[in-house]
Write a protein that binds this ligand. Sequence first.
Ligand code: 5GP
Ligand code: MN
Length: 336
Amino acid sequence: MQITMTKRDEIARAIRAGHRALLFAHVMPDGDTIGSVLGLAWGLRQLGLVARVACADPVPAELHFLPGVDEFAPRRPSDEDLIMILDASDLSRIGDLYDQERFAAALLINIDHHVTNTHFADLTWIEPRASTAELILDLLLQLDVRLDADIATCLLTGIVTDTRCFCTANTEPATLRAAIRLMDAGASLAQITDAVFSHRSMDVIRLWGPALCRAVLSDGVLWTEISQEMLRQANATLEASNGLVNFLSTMHEARAAAVFREMGDGTVDVSLRSKPGIDVSGVAFAFGGGGHAQAAGCQVVGELAEVRERIVRALQQEVRASLEAPERIRSVIERL
Ligand code: 5GP
Ligand code: MN
C-alpha cells in the first residue's frame, strides 16, 4: 500500500530535519500573520531549532502584548536552512525583504489560508481555514510540541483577529474547537480581545470622523478614503485607519465596502470587505492583490481618485453580477 504524504507531513518532516529557520510575517501585518509566526517560532525553539522572526513593517501597537514580539525586525535571510512565509499568498507580501540569491539557498515553505495563493514556494500548504493560526496549531500538534500559554496566546490572537472574534462567515466548528484547545492550553480570550479591540487611540476617533462623513454608498458599494492630508489634519498615522473597513461593512445596504488609503509613495492601499454571496477576492486579485471571498486587498500604483474609481467600478460590477446570478437561474427554471 502506498502512503501519500500531505503537505503538512512534508513540512513537519522538513522541520524535523532543519536547524535554523527564518519566519516571515506579511507587510502591514495583522494579528494572524504575527500570531502565527510567533506561535510557530516558539514551537520550533522547543524542538531545538534556532528560529528568528522578520517583518518589513512595524508590528501594530495592539499586538505588542504578544510574547516575543520585540524580536520582529526587517531581516533578510543569512545562514538559515528553512525560510517560512506565513499568511501570505504571494512573494510581494514580504515587501522588499525578498532577495532571490539568499532565498534560493534555503527551503522555502509557505503556509497560508488565502484562496488567491500563487504557489510561489518550494513547499506550499494552503487550506481555506478561517485563519493561518489554525494550520500552525495542527502542525505543532503533529510535531508533538507541548502547547504552552505563550504559544496558545499567539495562535488564539491569530484566530480572534482574522475572524473578528468568531464573527466572520468562514468561522467553522473547527475554528471554535481550535480556540478551545488553545484556551485549555492557557490562552486568555478575555485578555486577547481586550488587547486587540479595546485600546483604540484618540487618533482613530479624529480620523474616522472625517472619513465616515465623506463615505459614499453607490450601487451597493460603500467606500471612503484616507488621504495624506486627512492624516495630517487628524495628526494620525496610517495605523489609525485599521478596522475602518470592517466598520463600513456592517452597514445594512453595503453589499461591499472599501477603504482607499493614500500611502504617500505613489501607491494606494485598498481594503475590501463584502457580505456573503459577494466575492471580492477576484477584484483584489485582478489588481495584483489577493485575500478571501469576504475580505481582500491590494496595493495599486496611481492617484487616489483614479485608483478608487477603477476599483469601485469593478466592485459595482461584481455586486451587480452576484445579485443578477440567482435572478437568471430563477428565470431559467421558470421557463422550463
Ligand atoms: P486587510 O483589508 O485587512 O488589509 O486585508 C484583508 C485580506 O486581504 C487579508 O487576508 C490580507 O492578507 C489580504 N490582503 C490585503 N492586501 C493584500 C495585498 O496587497 N496582496 C495580497 N495578496 N493579499 C492582500
Ligand atoms: Mn490570515
